[in-house]
Design a protein around this ligand. Sequence first.
Ligand code: SF4
Ligand code: SF4
Length: 177
Amino acid sequence: MSEGRAAINQCPPGGAEGIARLAHLTGQPVIGLNPSNGIEGPRQLAVIDENWCIGCTLCIKACPVDCIIGGSKLMHSVIEDQCTGCELCIPACPVDCISLLNITPGSSGWAAWSSEQASASRARYEFRTARLSRDKREQDERLAAKAVAKRQDLAAHSSLHDAQDLARAPQARDESN
Ligand code: SF4
Ligand code: SF4
């Protein structure tokens, strides 16, 4: 937006007040919300029907702010005051047991969502992003170390037993190059 490559009217949750704030920040004129992204409305809360939940954990993986708790094959619940109403958990649920409640009737945009709540949600999103990145890096390192260990002792880890066959194995050829 600051470079003029994206319009300031793309965010239904921010609504008209969000556009006015972005116009002020960027020096651009105030324009109407782009309806192709949705319309401005009250903030919503995701609620899980715990009788239907099969504990698949797919909603946990979909939630960008880590506000769903539960374990594999166990009932899941939403931490109410952390849910942003982003709806990303809805299509993830294979049994359609998540619904949305209007929790700010009559209020939308910044009237339904404070700067403090926005900052807290951003912090949770950034923490989650960092955690996922760390988990992937650690998994990659574990797999790389496992591969190195196996290459260093092919005889113990290969279905080949003949010394000549082992020497011809792709892993052995890679090591010798
Ligand atoms: S609506 Fe968004 S923030 Fe709320 S539980 Fe679902 S994925 Fe998480
Ligand atoms: S995606 Fe649906 S069924 Fe799976 S854990 Fe979440 S709420 Fe339960």
